[in-house]
Design a protein around this ligand. Sequence first.
Ligand SMILES: [Zn+2]
Length: 313
Amino acid sequence: MPRNSRFFSRRSLPLLAASVLALSLAGCATSGENDAGADDERPVVLTTFTVLADIAENVAGDNLRVESITKVGAEIHGYEPTPGDIRRASEADLILDNGMNLEAWFGQFVEGMDVPHVVVSEGVEAIDITEDAYAGMPNPHAWMSPVNVQIYVDNMVDAFSDLDPDNASEYEANGEAYKAELQTVQDELVDELSVLPDNQRALVTCEGAFSYLARDAGLTEKYIWAVNAEQQATPQQITSAIEFVRDNDVPAVFCESTVSDAPMQQVVEATDAEFGGVLYVDSLSEADGPVPTYLELIRHDATTIIDALTARN
Ligand SMILES: [Zn+2]
């Protein structure tokens, strides 16, 4: 319950604390980390991470209670579910996962659970990983293309209509409206990044999470490691990134919000590249942060990339 524990640790909240603490702990015991659920009769849809929860909320409207299993900032590939997660999931009405081997923990998590789950990336054309131990496997970060997310939305519309047929027409309408927004963001992304000159179209990041965005925007992708894993950034991987940055005179490099940027700072030290900023992929930010929604995530990343790659000009 990170939201509550952060709240408790705030020094500026004095006497109120004891009674709130008691109430909140009671809430935690009965309804997981979300205290709002006590009188909420709506079907519960759980997603494996925050980005999917936001997309799902756009399709669900107010008809379903959508929550993410993992919290903002979590490492979602190798996440270790808690007993509380398992209890919440076993009481849910539907679970949505990304699939494409994103959630290494998911198969075991839902094993023996009597809750339907739907793979929202079903039907997306995968880009295969070409390096490391994952070579030949699909790159799971398909949501980094808003065009792919239109397929996610179609899958959610079908799943929610099966779950709650009375509101099927509303899910359909919500899905169509959101798909139009996705197309707008996609067009903006491609349009904005098209101004980069030919010799500055390299996107260097920590994780290889940008294959789909790089394809859409016509960028060359280079990363330190292919997929977040326990062992990150070998000396050989860092050397390879340094050589790439030097060979291509890359002006700026980036790292994702859910991993340490220390390996990329080594690349910055060893080259003329600047650290271009934090990109969001595997998690949204908190509500008051820079990317509380998926659409803002894509816009934020496009702007961060373009600002950093053109800063020298
Ligand atoms: Zn990732």
